[in-house]
Design a protein around this ligand. Sequence first.
Ligand SMILES: *Cc1c(COP(=O)(O)O)cnc(C)c1O
Length: 394
Amino acid sequence: MIYADNAATTKMSELALKRFVEVASNEFGNPSSLYSIGQSAKDVLENARADVASVINADPREIIFTSGGSEADNQAIISAAKLGEKNGKKHIISTAFEHHAVLHTLEKLKKEGFEITLLDVHSNGIVTADEVEAAIKDETCLVTIMFANNEIGTIQPIREIGAVCRKHNVLFHTDAVQAIGHLPIDVQEYNIDMLSSSGHKFHGPKGTGFLYAKKGIRLTNLIEGGAQEKGKRAGTENVPGIAAMAEALKAAVANIPQHNDSLRAKRDRLIEGLLQIPHSALNGDRDSRLPGNVNFCFEGIEGESLLLLLDDKGISASSGSACTSGSLDPSHVLLAIGRVHDVAHGSLRLSIEDDITNEDIEYIIRSVREVVEYLRGFSPIWRDLVAGKKQFIL
Ligand SMILES: *Cc1c(COP(=O)(O)O)cnc(C)c1O
């Protein structure tokens, strides 16, 4: 089995798993209880908060633990919208290729009378700070732009966008789910006001995550109840999950430079190999991309069939995001970078981690080549392309 879908989820690291079991076994107290076993669980929680905060150069008091990236995105955006509304500011800027946790929250706010500007993304999968600045108006209460895209892996100019938002005094939220653990992030240096993160994307457990919200930003509760998380997120905390997430995050950021160099070399070999397939193209910028992301379009085939046949060969991959698979619509991300429907349908995302071997990479290249050729063999679209009845795009 070759697992090449780490953008969908990752395997828990040994360290995180060990920490999970240790805390679940020994720290079963409720962190809100005043007796010592409760306080001991509370210490575990607060140590995890300090660890997570230090990774992004935040204060522990600025971290709210959530059930994952989706919840953090929802809470950040809704909080900023409520704050804006109070001041008569009901305009939000985002991009067309955000995760659905962001896009669907924005759609909901649109129905409540907010004006939403979704910036176009360039064909290289990047938006510029100038474009953000041009879209800002007096009524803008929030800019929300992802750190790195989950499908095509492109990294956005977050530092520049943060500077523009600061200059115009507009709140800046970034969905950093794909970036954290892979790229160094400093919320102060980048002028990030709010940031979303998810444990299961960096070898922590599923159902864990956090929202960073800069001191002074008044959060809106999504869940009412007890006074956990400074009264901003009710419900008894997932202590073992949170402790394991912090463990996974510390390990992930411990050696980002070495890890990324090695991973990038494997990614680049994979890109080189797949570019040899005729009428194929890499989606997203070659350089400003996550070290483990490869995303291709192959003309004349369906991504879904490609995935199933790769699965038969022992390779787990994706045709876009896990959230859109199962639907017949092509990926909104690929449409946003200007791929036409026919081409966008034939997409493949391989998101690798450094444990993949060079032999695995060569096996993937061979397998994709074989499967693409096989599928083109009976594709009516491919027949029309070869016969000249249709124009090749790639
Ligand atoms: C996975 C992902 C999410 C959702 O995170 P969950 O923890 O699964 O809710 C949000 N944004 C991006 C960019 C993601 O990749």
